[in-house]
Write a protein that binds this ligand. Structure first.
Ligand SMILES: [Zn+2]
Length: 284
């Protein structure tokens, strides 16, 4: 197995979901073994923030990375796009505090990655690859996230909401080995962020979702979706898999395992990523 990076740079601009701040992201090819990392090019000295679980500084409604005072928020969809498309090494320059939400999914990132293409680099350092030999899990109340040993990569997610338009949804994403990127681009990446109408006012009063709109998030109320059509009948649960892929990518290369989650959050996803990271440190 070889590491991969982008064949050329990618640029997108847009508004951050929580901050409402307009930012530009420029993703550049990076050296072998350098991983995925952010660079806050708007700040003096252009500080670097590694996209690693050790750098997670907050997980309230989105995943935020930071080193010291320097942070970058809502990294999960972009990181899922890179990991899902097999981009191991990438320098992600951003001129503000939050990754643009774009259409609420990873579709735009994934299409750009497919457009520029990838280049093969050196062989993967075995120390960068975590072997899941036994089940690992974290839980909170009735929510959980686990990783089971498996012959190939699989993500299974369950959600349950009282709103009838969402209800109970279960979905497994099991790509054919070697074709993960094609399957990720068609089955997971296009699934958009969703929000519940009754929570929106509270979130806005709390100073969150300043950049949220009916153009970048599906909104569900008691009578159904406010802004149909959906891209998939089960778009919400597919989006949860997108979030999980992004959060698990904070360990580096996605470990070959069956990830199973139920009613989980960025917080639980990151807790599992921390456990996997600890295994990786133990392995080396
Ligand atoms: Zn998300």
């Amino acid at each position: 197995m070889h590491e991969q990076t982008l064949a050329a740079e990618i640029i997108h601009t847009g508004v951050g979901l929580h901050s409402g701040i307009h930012c530009q992201v420029r993703i550049l090819p990076a050296a072998p073994d350098s991983g995925r990392y952010f660079v806050r090019v708007d700040l003096p000295g252009a500080p670097i923030i590694p996209a690693q679980v050790a750098a997670v500084s907050q997980t309230l409604l989105s995943t935020q990375l930071g080193t010291g005072e320097v942070t970058v928020r809502t990294v999960e969809h972009l990181l899922a796009a890179l990991a899902g498309m097999g981009v191991d090494n990438a320098r992600i320059e951003i001129n503000g505090p939050e990754v643009p939400l774009l259409d609420g999914s990873a579709k735009v990132w994934v299409e750009s990655i497919a457009q520029v293409g990838l280049v093969s680099q050196t062989a993967t350092n075995p120390q960068n690859y975590v072997l899941i030999n036994e089940p690992i899990w974290v839980r909170q109340d009735d929510a959980f996230v686990c990783a089971f040993p498996a012959p190939s990569l699989c993500f299974t997610y369950g959600i349950h909401f009282e709103l009838p338009a969402i209800g109970s949804q279960w979905y497994s994403w099991r790509p054919n080995p070697g074709l993960e990127n094609i399957s990720f681009a068609s089955e997971v990446a296009p699934a958009r962020t969703f929000a519940l109408l009754h929570q929106i006012e509270y979130l806005q009063k709390s100073g969150l979702i300043k950049g949220g709109s009916l153009d970048n998030a599906l909104v569900c109320g008691p009578q159904g979706w406010l802004n149909p059509p959906l891209r998939f009948a089960n778009e919400p649960v597919r989006h949860k898999i997108l979030d999980l892929v992004g959060d698990i990518s904070l360990v580096g290369k996605l470990p070959c395992a069956h990830f199973l989650a139920y009613k989980a959050s960025h917080n639980l996803h990151v807790q599992l990523a921390r456990k996997i990271w600890d295994l990786k440190q133990g392995n080396s």
